[in-house]
Design a binder for this molecule. Structure first.
Ligand SMILES: *Cc1c(COP(=O)(O)O)cnc(C)c1O
Length: 363
C-alpha cells in the first residue's frame, strides 16, 4: 500500500496479518526437506564444482527412479531457463512451437524461447481450461506446409496448466495421438508437475515418456525449493551438447550441489508428493468454502493448486484492503488464488471468513 490514508484504513479493518498468501506458490519459503538437504550439503565442506559431486549424482539417480527410466537430467536456476533451453534444443531457428495462448512460454517468459532458439516462432492455439485443443493443433500444422511458413516442430503443453487444471488420462491420450499423427515432438512445462501427479494419482512415467513426452521441465521452485527446476530428456539423444547450452546461457551452477541436494531431500522423504497433495487440498478447501457464498463463483472446480474466482464487482478490492493478496488475470478475467506447501488451513478459513463477512454486509 502506498497511500497513507489507505494504510490507516487498512489497520482499522484488518482481520489477518498479511503475508503474500494466495499471490503465487513462489511466495512460500523453502520447505523443510529442501532446507535440511542444503544444510547437509553445506556441512560436506569443500566439494567439486559444476555438478561433479555426490549430491548431484544422487539427485539424478533419484529422478531416474522417479520416472523409472534412464533419462538425462540438467538443473537450471528457474523455469524460464528450463523451458527456453529445452525448446531451443528441439528446434532450428526456422521451426515453430505450438502452445496454448495462455501458456507461460508465451505470456511470461519475455520471449526467452524465441531468443534462445534464435527465432523459433511460437504459434498459439486455444482450448478449454488451459489445455490445447488438439483439433486446432492439427489445423495449424496442416494449414501451411510451404517453405514460407515456420515449420511446426514441437507441441508444448503445461501440466498442471496455467488455469489450475490437468490433462487427464484421456487428454494425454489425445495429445499423444496428435503429436504422433503430425510428427511433432512433445515438450511438457512441468513447473507444477508434482501437483498434477498428486491430482491424478498417476505414476510419473504414465504422464511423461509413456505418453510421448520427449522433454519435461520439472519444477522444484514452486514445489518448495529456493531455486532449481530441471530439464529431463526422455529421449537421451536430444540431450547431446545440452550442457553447452546451459553454460552459455548462464545456467550451469558452479555450486550445483545446492540446486541438486534439495531434490534428494524432497524425493527421499516423499515430501515432493505430500507437499503437492497439501497444496491441492488447500485449493479444494478454498473453492468449496468460497463456492457456497452468494455472489462468488468458482470458474471451474480446481484440479491442482490454483483457484480461479469471480468475485463480482468490487469485492476483490475490498479483500485487498483487508490485506489479502492475489492476482487478477486479465486474460482469463478472474482472480487467481494460488496455494502452496506452506498454505495453512487457518489462512484458508480466515480468507473464506472475510469473504463471507463482506458478502453478507453487501446483501
Ligand atoms: C512459474 C512457472 C514457470 C517458471 O517460471 P520462473 O519464474 O522462470 O521460475 C514456468 N511455467 C509455468 C507454467 C509457471 O507457472
Amino acid at each position: 500500500m502506498t497511500n497513507a490514508n489507505q494504510s490507516h484504513e487498512d489497520r482499522s479493518i484488518r482481520t489477518v496479518v498479511p503475508s503474500c498468501q494466495f499471490a503465487s506458490d513462489n511466495t512460500a519459503g523453502i520447505c523443510p526437506e529442501a532446507w535440511d538437504a542444503m544444510e547437509a550439503a553445506n556441512q560436506d565442506g569443500p566439494t567439486s564444482p559444476y555438478g561433479d559431486d555426490a549430491w548431484t549424482s544422487k539427485a539424478i539417480t533419484m529422478i531416474r527412479e522417479m520416472f523409472e527410466v534412464d533419462c538425462e537430467v540438467f538443473f537450471t536456476f528457474n523455469g524460464t531457463a528450463a523451458n527456453s533451453l529445452a525448446l531451443a534444443s528441439l528446434c532450428q531457428s526456422y521451426h515453430s512451437v505450438i502452445a496454448h495462448k495462455i501458456a507461460h512460454v508465451e505470456t511470461d517468459e519475455c520471449g526467452g524461447p524465441e531468443f534462445f532458439s534464435n527465432g523459433t516462432k511460437l504459434l498459439l492455439v486455444d482450448g478449454d481450461k488451459g489445455c490445447v485443443d488438439c483439433e486446432e493443433v492439427q489445423r495449424i500444422v496442416r494449414r501451411r506446409t510451404d517453405v514460407h511458413f515456420p515449420k511446426p516442430k514441437v507441441l508444448s503443453i503445461t501440466q498442471s496448466t496455467e488455469m489450475g487444471t490437468v490433462y487427464d488420462d484421456a487428454a494425454l491420450d489425445r495429445v499423444q495421438e496428435t503429436v504422433q499423427r503430425l510428427g511433432l515432438m512433445l515438450h511438457m512445462d512441468g513447473a507444477r508437475f508434482c501437483n498434477a501427479i498428486a491430482a491424478l494419482n498417476m505414476p510419473p512415467k504414465e504422464m511423461t515418456w509413456k505418453r510421448g513426452v520427449d522433454v519435461l521441465c520439472l519444477g522444484g521452485t514452486k514445489l518448495g525449493m529456493a531455486v532449481s527446476d530441471c530439464v529431463v530428456f526422455f529421449d537421451r539423444e536430444l540431450a547431446t551438447e545440452f550442457k553447452y547450452r546451459c553454460k552459455q546461457a548462464g545456467q550451469l551452477a558452479s555450486k550445483m550441489r545446492f540446486l541438486s541436494a534439495p531434490w534428494v531431500g524432497v524425493l527421499q522423504s516423499g515430501g515432493w508428493l505430500q507437499h503437492a497433495q497439501h497444496a491441492n487440498a488447500m485449493a479444494k478447501r478454498l473453492a468449496e468454502g468460497l463456492g457456497k457464498l452468494p455472489g462468488v463463483s468458482i470458474v471451474s472446480p480446481p484440479e491442482a493448486n490454483a483457484v480461479f474466482v469471480d468475485f463480482g464487482v468490487g469485492l476483490a478490492d475490498e479483500l485487498r484492503r483487508r490485506g489479502w493478496q492475489f492476482y487478477d488475470f486479465i486474460s482469463i478475467g478472474n482472480s487467481r488464488l494460488m496455494c502452496s506447501w506452506a498454505t495453512t488451513e487457518n489462512e484458508v478459513d480466515a480468507f473464506i471468513g472475510d469473504v463471507a463477512q463482506l458478502t453478507k454486509s453487501r446483501a
